[in-house]
Design a binder for this molecule. Structure first.
Ligand code: BG6
Length: 484
């Protein structure tokens, strides 16, 4: 089975922050892979724009190096590489000054889809939008892509939305949450709304609880400055985990179109109950042997920022009243493993008696690293000796079920950038969604700030602080093991 690649229309893309980390690690290597796959063709122009003094030749060299670093295998496709580099150019641009703008305006082709990628600090979103407007580049063919963090609270997110809305319509603004570009995340919708099997059971009558785990092995690395002002709640929970929660909990939209999907997601966030003090646990990782602890790494001995957060969320609507959602995410945990587990209720009556034990169906959607779906079902233990029951997984690891080629999914960024060019906003966050997510997040943060709670220490390589385990134990439930 070879997947069909439909080329996108020719486009012009300007990457502000075109020499930055994200451009080098994700955006440019991603574009190159889409080029190799045949999705980008024809008269396409990709322009790096940044303050760094450099000419187009120098930029092409930088991009070739970045691709070699990010994806050595792809970079060996030297014919493709040369042709791809030919599409690239560079303009020295000052977001807050005049330098470079006339050149960008001159390069802009009115009959093209034009995308402007703001891969810069949010403080530059406003100045960039303003300059684009001044140079007549905000017409209907233009769209902008903005990266997270989209604000650090409701007020700053509202400000950013207002700044962008001055010159762009909502249908021109693509707010990236790269989790929405992950293959399995989209599969969540396919599983729910493409099968008859699950949706009838997808409610509090049949679902005991849902667990969402995004566990990382890495620490804060070199991003200490940013991270210490954000923490796991702002960095991961407000956006990535919240998006997963929305997709798993939302009502079926009438159509798979951007506003229908985003309307339903928004309703989930609006139906979230406030999180009380007993519903949330924060943690901060400790050092281990030759690995520095959190405070050391961010260079702040008194930091009270969390690198782990676990919480119990409740959605007050007909579908979910009575079914808790347990969410956790953290750095320096035992494994890199992200999954959503839908834990169904016990069968109402066991015909096999007490000794058969307690058995539950669990549907696990594995986001990374081994994308796939697993359904735990109860069967009879083989062999003689009576009716003993065991749980076995019906396992569909995509790489096995689809073959390694089909399961070689495009990186989230590749998919999302192609969606920008196609003009499909389904996998991007709408302004009202982001604001609602911040309103809920702000209240959680205000709660622990008012209580003066400090994060609890946890060991590098563990599953987080013990209190996070207690969060579920108190409800007579337990977290699934963090396992790739
Ligand atoms: C980013 C966060 O949005 O997502 C990082 O800022 C985090 O702190 C990263 O490491 C995780 O992304 P992924 O795709 O590796 O799960």
């Amino acid at each position: 089975m070879v997947s069909r690649v439909i080329p996108v229309d020719p486009f012009d893309l300007v990457i502000f922050g075109g020499t930055g980390d994200l451009a080098r690690r994700k955006i440019l290597p991603g574009l190159f892979r889409r080029y190799c796959a045949g999705q980008i063709e024809g008269d396409v122009r990709i322009t790096g724009a940044a303050r760094t003094e450099m000419d187009s030749e120098g930029y092409r060299e930088m991009v070739a190096e970045a691709i070699a670093e990010a994806d050595p295998q792809a970079a060996r496709q030297s014919e493709h590489l040369a042709a791809f580099l030919d599409m690239l150019g560079y303009v020295v641009v000052d977001a807050t000054g005049e330098a470079g703008w006339a050149e960008l305006a001159r390069l802009s082709r009115p009959d093209r889809i034009r995308a402007y990628y703001f891969s810069v600090a949010p403080s530059l979103f406003g100045p960039l939008a303003e300059r684009l407007h001044q140079h007549g580049l905000t017409d209907g063919a233009a769209r902008i892509v903005v990266e997270k963090p989209f604000g650090r609270d409701l007020a700053s997110a509202q400000e950013l939305n207002a700044v962008l809305a001055k010159h762009f319509h909502e249908n021109q603004i693509y707010r990236i949450d790269h989790y929405l570009g992950k293959e399995t995340v989209q599969n969540l919708m396919a599983i729910r709304f493409g099968n008859m099997l699950f949706e009838p059971l997808w409610n509090s009558q049949y679902v005991d609880h849902i667990q969402i785990t995004v566990a990382e092995v890495v620490g804060v690395g070199t991003r200490g400055d940013y991270y210490d002002r954000a923490g796991a709640m702002r960095d991961m929970m407000q956006n990535h985990l919240m998006q997963l929660l929305c997709l798993i909990a939302m009502e079926p939209p009438a159509k798979f179109n951007p506003d229908a999907v985003r309307d339903e997601k928004l309703k989930v966030i609006r139906a979230l109950d406030p999180v009380g003090p007993d519903d949330v646990v924060r943690g901060q990782y400790q050092g281990a042997r030759n690995r520095p602890g959190y405070r050391n790494q961010v260079g702040n001995r008194d930091s009270t920022t969390e690198s782990f957060v676990a919480l119990r969320a409740r959605i007050s609507n007909w579908r979910w009243a009575g079914t808790p959602f347990y969410l956790r995410t953290g750095k320096r945990l035992k494994e890199r493993a992200s999954e959503i587990a839908v834990v169904f209720k016990d069968a109402p009556h066991s015909i096999f008696g007490e000794e058969a034990g307690r058995h539950r169906n669990i549907l696990t959607i594995k986001l990374q690293p081994n994308e796939g779906i697993e359904l735990g079902v109860t069967i009879k233990e083989p062999g003689p000796g009576g009716m003993r029951l065991i749980d076995v997984p019906l396992d569909m690891t995509f790489a096995e079920a689809l073959g390694p080629e089909e399961a070689d999914f495009p990186d989230a960024y590749e998919r999302l950038i192609m969606d920008v060019i196609r003009g499909n906003q389904t996998l991007f966050m709408r302004g009202d969604e982001v604001e609602e997510a911040w309103a809920w997040t702000d209240a959680v943060i205000a709660g622990w700030e008012a209580r003066g709670d400090d994060p609890l220490p946890y060991d590098t390589g563990s599953s987080g602080p013990d209190d996070a385990l207690m969060l579920m134990h108190r409800d007579g439930r337990r977290w699934r093991e963090i396992k790739a």
